[in-house]
Design a protein around this ligand. Structure first.
Ligand code: ZN
Length: 279
């Protein structure tokens, strides 16, 4: 393991920078905690399920990340890198599993890095999958140098994906809330998130769900135009809004539960507080 990486690593058991490379493990010389090393890649949190290197597909990293790290003396962290190829060598790739192109397995909520270890942190298509995004934002803040840069891609109206590990789709204001400790310089919809592309994803899921309907209903859903849908929502010529007993509404009710859960507009939850209800 490279000494430059070892010098950045924090023992999450005792919070000290005191890890020693023992080949098949990293051992903390302060508290004695041992971290497994698999095929040269440390596993920095408890996850017995990690026993090898994931194959995983490799997403291309947005060019802006590489641009921010053009200075070779800077150091970058790609949080949730999956199997992405590093666009520059001065980047550390981490994910919750080990990948061929990854360096370490980490829990994003407890990053095993020293304070101020990085000049740039990137995290692409990860935050919707985190159980506590605010906590991870605070961890990124901690491991960034003062003045360090953050670049994030995260979901807003995307359909359900990677379930059950898809927790929070955020509006612009939700994203701003998650990263409120930072000075936001720019927040915009990047080309990969553009509206028609997103609508196409949703449409493809609805079309797949419509396969479970009878031929007539499936054909009706498939032939719906943007114009018909827009007028179903609100007919601008008459001012009439959604008609709850119209053909489109009724077709929508026939779509299977998996489709409703993937691209529905929201959920109705009914719950009870556990415990005995008295007479
Ligand atoms: Zn320790």
């Amino acid at each position: 393991m490279e000494n430059s990486l070892l010098a950045l690593l924090k023992c999450n058991a005792c919070q000290k920078i005191a890890l020693s490379d023992r080949g098949s493990s990293l051992v903390c010389t302060h508290c004695g905690h041992a971290y497994r090393v698999i095929h040269g890649k440390p596993v920095m949190y408890e996850n017995e399920a990690i026993n090898g290197i994931e194959r995983g597909e490799s997403h291309e990293v947005p060019w802006r990340f590489a641009e921010l790290l053009a200075d070779e003396h800077k150091r970058g962290l790609n949080l949730g890198a999956g199997n992405s190829v590093k666009p520059r060598p001065n980047i550390i790739n981490v994910d919750y599993l080990l990948y061929k192109n990854g360096d370490l397995a980490v829990d994003a909520h407890n990053l095993p890095f020293a304070d101020g270890a990085f000049d740039v942190v990137a995290s692409f298509n990860v935050f919707e999958h985190l159980s506590d995004p605010l906590r991870v934002s605070q961890e990124i803040f901690r491991v960034l140098k003062p003045g360090g840069k953050l670049i994030i891609h995260t979901a807003f109206l995307q359909p359900l994906h990677m379930e059950p590990h898809h927790f929070f789709n955020a509006t612009e204001y939700g994203v701003r809330y998650w990263f409120r400790q930072f000075d936001v310089e720019r927040i915009e919809v990047s080309p990969n998130f553009s509206p028609l592309l997103n609508l196409a994803w949703i449409a493809s899921i609805i079309q797949a769900g419509a396969k479970f309907l009878d031929d007539t209903d499936r054909e009706k859903i498939s032939q719906l135009t943007l114009d018909e849908l827009a007028r179903f929502w609100r007919d601008t010529s008459t001012g009439r809004e959604v008609v709850w007993d119209s053909e489109i509404f009724n077709l929508s009710q026939k779509l299977p539960v998996s489709t409703r859960n993937a691209v529905g507009g929201g959920f109705e939850l009914e719950a009870s507080r556990p415990g005995f209800v008295g007479e």
